[in-house]
Design a protein around this ligand. Structure first.
Ligand code: A3P
Length: 294
């Protein structure tokens, strides 16, 4: 049987040029051979950019039935493709065994790691990006509470690790830019922003629906929009990860704040200036624009 106390914090290593841990590389061969179906929908993000939120929106749009919503945790409805925890199971097996159609599948891979079958089958892909500072803050608290992530250490050093791309799933800068470039050549990619979702969830759901070819009734849309509000998801045990064994909620909740601009409570003025200066250099060739407040 599975004992979460036996989990130990993993080492990070370079994997094809990206910082990773074994929990996301041990199943590499099987993942690369994953057989996507044309109606599969891939939800791709850098960790902590709003994966769960968008997963929940899609799950409600497609499968809003009460039984499902009250009995199956979101991480089982939307399997995390590359996750493998020894003696527990793999996201790839969960995905293979999904009975729903379409299958909703989550990944944190940079675009170049995505199994080629998704591209060959011309699957719809949704990418969610979040501004670097809030993304980092969220990742920091997640690394504190998640037993299968490396310890974050001090905040002041964490900022430097982030800037150097020494995070699980690599550099935020490479991730958001890599996927942004992919969008130029792959038309079935919908690139969206956490800040836009916060600003106007209904508008972003409309855009998602038009990308997915869905036309929910006014009632249905209302149900989805209110169901996915932060406070509702926070108290919903099927959405808030409280049934998950790798996380220690005594340290920090999964549904932590759900805000734009929480970085201001973490960065000192000097840290923020140093970060911004480095950010300008790293992003100088990018047309991507993020908002750090709304
Ligand atoms: P914070 O730590 O800033 O609160 P992911 O799902 O990719 O791991 O991202 C988790 C982040 O998304 C957390 O950010 C979490 O609170 C936030 N989040 C999840 N559901 C949300 C919702 N319905 N509204 C706003 N933010 C949400």
């Amino acid at each position: 049987s599975f004992d979460p106390d036996k989990l130990s914090r993993p080492e990070m290593f370079d994997f094809h040029g990206v910082c990773m841990t074994h929990f996301f590389t041990d199943n590499w061969e099987n993942i690369q051979n994953f057989q996507a179906r044309p109606d599969d929908i891939l939800i791709a993000t850098y960790p902590k950019a709003g994966t769960t939120w968008v997963s929940y929106i899609l799950d409600l749009l497609y499968f809003g039935q009460i039984e499902r919503q009250t009995s199956i945790p979101i991480f089982e409805r939307v399997p995390f493709l590359e996750l493998i925890v020894p003696s527990f199971g793999s996201g790839k097996d969960l995905a293979d065994n999904l009975l729903t159609s379409p299958r909703l599948i989550k990944t944190h891979f940079p675009f170049q790691f995505v199994p080629k079958s998704f591209w060959e089958q011309n699957c719809r892909v949704i990418y969610v990006a979040r501004n670097a500072k809030d993304n980092m803050v969220s990742y920091f608290h997640f690394d504190r509470m998640n037993r299968i992530q490396p310890e974050p250490g001090e905040w002041s050093s964490y900022i430097h690790r982030f800037m150097e791309g020494k995070m699980v799933f690599g550099s935020w800068y490479d991730h958001v830019n890599g996927w942004w470039k992919k969008k130029q050549t792959y038309s079935k990619l919908h690139y969206m922003f956490y800040e836009d979702l916060i600003e106007d969830t209904g508008r972003e759901i409309d855009k998602l629906c038009s990308f997915l070819g869905l036309s929910p009734s006014v009632e249905e849309k209302k149900r989805v929009t209110s169901g996915v509000q932060f406070d509702n998801m926070k108290k919903d045990d099927m959405a808030n990860y409280s049934t998950n064994f790798v996380m220690d909620f005594k340290i920090s909740p999964f549904m932590r704040k759900g805000k734009v601009g929480d970085w201001k409570n973490h960065f000192t003025v000097a840290q923020s200036e140093q970060f911004d200066e480095d950010y300008k250099k790293k992003m100088k060739n990018s047309t991507l624009q993020f908002r750090t407040e709304i």
